[in-house]
Design a protein. Structure first.
Length: 70
């Protein structure tokens, strides 16, 4: 896998899931050997939902409201 930040090599690693205590639960994630970027399932899900809404769709109504108030 290639890092989106620096095009470096990503390696799969396993980490303990601290939310569930030390019961032996692990999550797998990708870490870049070059820049240290870290990508796990939670980060991936956040990126997918965060990029669905275009900034212009949120900004235009706010700008219209500010123009009306002025």
């Amino acid at each position: 896998m290639i890092c989106e930040r620096c095009d470096g090599l990503m390696v799969r690693e396993r980490y303990d899931d601290l939310e569930l205590g030390s019961a032996g639960y692990e999550i797998s994630a990708w870490r870049c050997l070059n820049c240290g970027a870290f990508v796990d399932p939670v980060i991936t899900a956040h990126h997918q939902t965060a990029h669905k809404t275009e900034p212009d769709q949120l900004l235009r109504p706010r700008l219209k409201k500010l123009v009306r108030a002025a």
